[in-house]
Ligand binder design. Structure first.
Ligand code: CMP
Length: 140
């Protein structure tokens, strides 16, 4: 299958608990290749822009505060059917509903502190990758 790309964030709850490697290992074992990665402190402006589709949701302000509460690792992942493959290994948004063996079931703390973000479609993957990476920062 042709390699496709998706966008991933290792969230502040995971970086705080020193789980960057543990999360990345699970992504790699699921058949995804990290073709770009950087650890950043998101600004409020970046978090509000990135999560703009959720602006009207009741959890928006808490989400932005959480995502700016510590470092995150933004990544581009490559693999066959990368968007779905990543969603499968992440598990359900709420770790209580996630399948055993998924990142969120094994590592996440709550629906907000759920350790990882992953794009929900190929179109959003392209938009999200562009939001954080220049083309030359992605080396496949
Ligand atoms: P993510 O995939 O990063 O996209 C939006 C995030 O909002 C989601 O993961 C959750 O971590 C967070 N969130 C916080 N509260 C809720 C909620 N009640 N329903 C859905 N998502 C929530």
């Amino acid at each position: 299958m042709a390699a496709t790309r998706t966008f991933s964030i290792i969230k502040p709850d995971a970086t705080r608990r020193n789980l960057t490697g543990a999360v990345t290992k699970m992504l790699e074992e699921a058949g995804l290749r990290v073709v770009a990665s950087k650890r950043i402190q998101m600004t409020r402006e970046q978090a509000e822009g990135f999560y703009g589709v959720h602006r009207e949701r009741p959890f928006f302000n808490d989400l932005v505060s959480f995502m700016t509460s510590g470092p995150v690792v933004v990544q581009v992942l490559e693999g066959g059917n990368a968007v779905q493959r990543n969603r499968d290994v992440m598990g359900a948004t709420n770790p209580e509903n996630a399948e055993p063996g998924t990142i969120r079931k094994e590592l996440a703390e709550s629906i907000e502190a759920n350790s990882v973000h992953g794009s929900d479609s190929e179109e959003n993957a392209r938009i999200e990758i562009e939001f954080f990476f220049k083309p030359e920062e992605i080396v496949g």
